[in-house]
Ligand binder design. Structure first.
Ligand code: NAI
Length: 282
């Protein structure tokens, strides 16, 4: 990202999340969307617990982020209801009360990792990827809901990708996982809204160079293509973090059950002039 723009974002603070408490899943390294979100939430006055699987904590540098944001780290595998229950109890204790915001920023496809084509899936891999990337969101919501752990007007966001609506052949089984994830946001969001006045949304983000993103075949070419298609260019991890901050804030209290695009306009483009030029006869 252009340093001047980065400087603008980082020097502009609005105290949008002053007094709000939350849980942020999925910060692995400084490229992670969750990492950038944690930094922005901290700047906006929010306090939070960071969580990830123990293996990711060993591999990544979450302790560095914890230090700079004054957050406590609590390990949890988001596929384990026991872990999630412990996490939510601990988070409320550490933060001193109920929770206002939660970011689910978790994704992993074993088929992608092992190079299995969409038409040749190993269904044990499919199951594992679905549990991590999609069902885990239902589990997070159900644990929060049953414990009545969210404050009224709280906000829960999960991250998605447009392959939930349109075909991106190399996105593999993650496309199906994202479709499920978005459906869970709507279905659970109904009950969370009706009964606890809590918002549930997904943000559908541009391709972003992170550990999870870079695992997708042809990622570099795809990110360059999306950049040429989107009138505003791809949304960066920081752009996504800023959107998440707004969704956690009181400025979006009546927004729920939505899948919201953070993609520079890509999702509504048929073709751009830049891409057309690439096919002009020499
Ligand atoms: P990332 O690799 O930095 O984050 C993925 C996180 O999921 C890691 O921190 C990992 O440790 C965590 N995770 C994996 N298994 C877990 C489990 N069982 N329990 C708890 N955490 C677990 O990558 P990124 O890109 O920041 O991914 C965050 C979210 O954004 C994912 O849902 C991803 O699908 C989504 N997204 C990413 C895009 C991209 O191009 N990078 C585009 C659109 C959405």
């Amino acid at each position: 990202m252009d340093e001047a723009i980065r400087g603008f974002y980082f020097n502009t603070m609005y105290n949008l999340l002053k007094g709000k408490k939350g849980i942020i899943f999925g910060a692995l390294d400084p490229n992670s969307i969750a990492w950038q979100t944690a930094e922005r939430v901290h700047q906006e006055g929010g306090i939070f617990v960071l969580t990830n699987v123990p293996a990711a904590m060993r591999l990544g540098s979450i302790d560095v982020l914890a230090k700079t944001t004054g957050a406590q780290v609590i390990a949890a595998d988001a596929t384990s209801v026991d872990d999630l229950e412990h996490l939510v109890d601990q988070a409320m204790e550490v933060l001193g009360g109920k929770i206002d915001f939660v970011l689910h920023s978790i994704g992993m496809s074993v088929n992608v990792r092992k190079g299995r084509h969409y038409t040749d899936q190993d269904y044990d891999f499919t199951q594992k990827g679905w549990e991590v990337s999609a069902l885990s969101f239902h589990k997070v919501l159900q644990v929060l809901y049953k414990k009545k752990a969210m404050n009224p007007w709280g906000s829960i966001v999960a991250l998605s990708y447009m392959a939930a609506q349109r075909v991106f052949p190399d996105y593999n089984d993650m496309a199906d996982n994202k479709a499920y994830l978005e459906s869970v946001a709507r279905s659970f969001g109904y009950f969370f809204g009706k009964e606890q006045q809590v918002r549930v949304n997904t943000i559908s983000q541009s391709p972003t160079p992170t550990r999870a993103g870079s695992g997708v075949k042809g990622f570099d070419e795809f990110i360059a293509f999306a950049e040429k298609m989107a009138p505003l260019g791809n949304a960066s991890a920081l752009d996504c973090a800023n959107y998440i901050v707004v969704m956690f804030s009181d400025l979006t209290r009546k927004i729920t059950l939505q899948n919201l695009y953070s993609d520079g306009g890509f999702s509504n483009i048929g073709v751009s002039q830049e891409v057309m030029k690439m096919f002009e006869k020499q």
